[in-house]
Design a protein around this ligand. Structure first.
Ligand code: GH3
Ligand code: MG
Ligand code: MG
Length: 342
């Protein structure tokens, strides 16, 4: 997950007694302790300046950057702009009440979880249930106990950190589920998901869309002669060549076995043919040394696609045309590039 950096808020006027507190005097700046500037930010929301001060004093000496809002509207704005990890929120506000602010904050999608603590003078259970149901994680009643507030804020940051770790792990798993482990290229699942989207966008905007399919030649022979491990090395080498000869915006994947795919957009028929030919030539001119023996592997490639105006095309139809071109390359001698008729 990219860590967001937030620009300064030029001209952001805090009316009345609203101040954006950077913690320079009383709270150590998070950045100076080598932390991400936004990771340890607490947004304190209260219409009473005295109450805000009490929370500020309670958190004095803690490693948090503090932001202050005196109205619900400002709270939501600061929440969007600064993505604080933790919010301490008063219940009764002049414009929006705590429950409404909570609901609004929860409806805003963001990369990281925020822990919301309601700080309220209301002690009846029905109100507390309402606050928790609106999305608050915890609550404290006023007047609060300083040590308890500090402890609960620390618990909140622990929860936020767990959320962050979980999100990072999910991202890793997601990437693994879409990656071919041997070559690091997109796997069939990723190809299906990504290419279909890319194709419909190309068709909608009348852009070009090209598929190159490549199949290594007589690969069974490579395995049978040099062994499966050597075969794997050849597959990895071919994957590297695919990556080096395509742009970052192109898409390379492993369809399965010794079959690969490249999707190119914003390219002419001539460009694509040139790229495919370069891939073929580079692979042919890369000898492998296996157990002291030198060997050369080759690949055949088929191309299909369109330069524009193909709203009816599906990925499967383009892929089968590219496959037909590939088998034409196989039939006519291998180690060749064939392009489907326009
Ligand atoms: P052609 O030129 O007609 O494509 O012949 P070929 O031998 O390449 O085609 P065939 O489909 O007969 O054989 C493909 C071989 O690819 C057989 C299979 O063992 C091998 N293969 C598939 N996946 C892997 C892999 O992950 N690693 C290795 N080493 N070999 C693989
Ligand atoms: Mg093959
Ligand atoms: Mg094959």
């Amino acid at each position: 997950m990219a860590s967001a950096t937030f620009p300064a808020i030029p001209g952001f006027a805090f009316p009345g007694d609203i101040e954006r507190y950077t913690g320079e005097q009383s709270v150590p700046r998070a950045a100076s302790r080598g932390m991400a500037a936004t990771a340890m930010t607490v947004l304190i929301v209260d219409d009473s300046a005295v109450s805000r001060k009490l929370v500020e004093q309670a958190l004095f000496g803690q490693p948090y950057s503090l932001l202050f809002a005196a109205t619900g509207q400002q709270a939501v704005e600061l929440y969007v702009q600064h993505q604080p990890s933790l919010v301490i929120m008063d219940w009764m506000m002049p414009d929006l009440n705590g429950v409404e602010i909570c609901r609004r904050m929860r409806s805003i999608s963001r990369n990281s979880y925020a822990h919301i603590i309601m700080l309220t003078g209301k002690t009846d259970k029905a109100s507390l249930v309402q606050g928790l149901q609106a999305g608050a994680d915890d609550y404290l009643t006023k007047p609060f106990h300083e040590e308890e507030l500090i402890a609960r804020v620390a618990v909140g940051f622990r929860t936020v950190e767990l959320h962050r770790q979980l999100a990072a792990k999910n991202k890793t798993l997601e990437n693994l589920a879409l990656t071919d482990p041997m070559t690091g290229l997109a796997n069939r699942r990723a190809i299906d998901e990504w290419v279909e989207r890319e194709l419909s966008s190309a068709a909608r905007h009348s852009l070009s869309f090209w598929v190159i399919v490549a199949d290594l030649d007589r690969f069974k022979y490579v395995n049978d002669t040099f062994g499966h491990t050597a075969g794997d090395e050849v597959l990895k080498k071919f994957s590297k060549i695919l990556k080096t000869h395509t742009r970052r915006s192109d898409f390379c994947g492993r369809l399965g076995g010794e079959e690969f795919l490249v999707v190119m957009t914003h390219a002419t028929r001539k460009d694509v043919a040139k790229v495919a030919e370069r891939i073929r030539a580079e692979f042919e001119s890369t000898p492998f040394t296996i157990s002291g023996c030198s060997m050369v592997a080759t690949a055949s490639l088929g191309i299909a696609g369109f330069e524009a105006n193909q709203a009816q095309s599906t990925f499967n139809s383009v892929l089968s045309q590219a496959d037909a071109a590939l088998y034409c390359a196989k039939r006519t001698g291998r180690n060749r590039v064939e392009i489907a008729a326009a």
